[in-house]
Ligand binder design. Structure first.
Ligand SMILES: Cc1ncc(COP(=O)(O)O)c(C=O)c1O
Length: 276
């Protein structure tokens, strides 16, 4: 829906290519118009967030994925862009404080930090609503949803009810500032186990995600399989890396409690001691 609504004829979208979700977005933009990839980390399997690029002041908008769920990278500093910044924030929304003024549009699937799958949250700067063509299908036009307070069609009420409970929980925890501090502490504990001797991180230090800690066991695919199996038996599930990249991944979203991190780290240290 983003390119359909925001693309301006003849003005290529600036994209910083950081992984499979951005690649999918590029494919969709190309259905509507042109793309200018102003930086990419594909040559190194998306192991970092590029920092060397310059924006086109004439672009329709600039597109990023703020957290790369599969590659395990995250934008730590959100850039200031000359054109509206559009971010897929599906896997790190509400994990930290952000400067909302930097963005033209944010979208996020609910299923990581917001609530059950089936709801997508969209935040759009009001002036951008003027861009949508009246020829767009009704449901595909952001104006329809804004004009009808997101009630043009029957919304997924259970998911929205759950979102409200999650927001109340977040506020009780102290809000975004507090959850950011907790997320940083949680991620640090796991990254501290990955020192490069037994567990290795394919991700450059300054680009590491607070949400998805991607790691490998040095030169040993068989041991990785054993790690995932033994972890499962110990009650630590879901540590298998995304099927497209393999390896291991600890997804430690807002809902993952600090106690689970302590258990994971204890398990990782014990596994290392037994197999190094
Ligand atoms: C960053 C990002 N964007 C998009 C998606 C796709 O979400 P959905 O499965 O709701 O289409 C995901 C799913 O993991 C994601 O992590």
């Amino acid at each position: 829906m983003v390119p359909m609504n925001l693309y301006l004829e003849g003005r290529a979208v600036d994209v910083i290519s950081t992984g499979s979700w951005t690649k999918k977005a590029i494919k969709e933009i190309k259905r509507v118009g042109d793309v200018s990839i102003i930086a990419s980390s594909e040559e190194s399997n998306f192991s970092y967030i590029p920092s060397d690029f310059s924006f086109n002041a004439n672009a329709s908008y600039t597109y990023i994925t703020s957290n790369n769920t599969i590659a395990g990278t995250q934008w730590s500093d959100i850039p200031t862009t000359p054109t509206p910044l559009v971010a897929d924030m599906s896997s790190d929304i509400f994990s930290r404080e952000i400067d909302i003024n930097k963005f033209g549009l944010i979208f996020a699937g609910a299923q990581k930090n917001i609530g059950p799958s089936g709801v997508t949250l969209v935040i759009i700067r009001k002036d951008l609503l003027k861009r949508s063509s009246e020829n767009l299908g009704t449901m595909l036009n952001y104006n329809t949803h804004v004009d009808n307070q997101s009630l043009y069609n029957t919304p997924p009420t259970f998911g929205i009810y759950m979102m409200n409970l999650v927001f109340e929980w977040l506020e009780e925890k102290g809000g975004l500032n507090a959850i950011e501090r907790i997320n940083k502490e949680k991620a640090k504990k796991v990254y501290d186990c990955i020192d490069g001797n037994f567990y290795i991180s394919p991700v450059e230090k300054e680009s590491r995600s607070l949400m998805n800690v991607v790691f490998r066991i040095k030169n040993n695919d068989e041991l990785e399989k054993k790690f995932i199996q033994e972890a499962e038996t110990a009650g630590l599930s879901g540590l298998k890396g995304h099927r497209s990249v393999g390896g291991c991944r600890a997804s430690i979203y807002n809902a993952c409690p600090e106690e689970s991190i302590t258990e994971l780290v204890t398990f990782m240290k014990d596994f290392e001691a037994r197999h190094r």
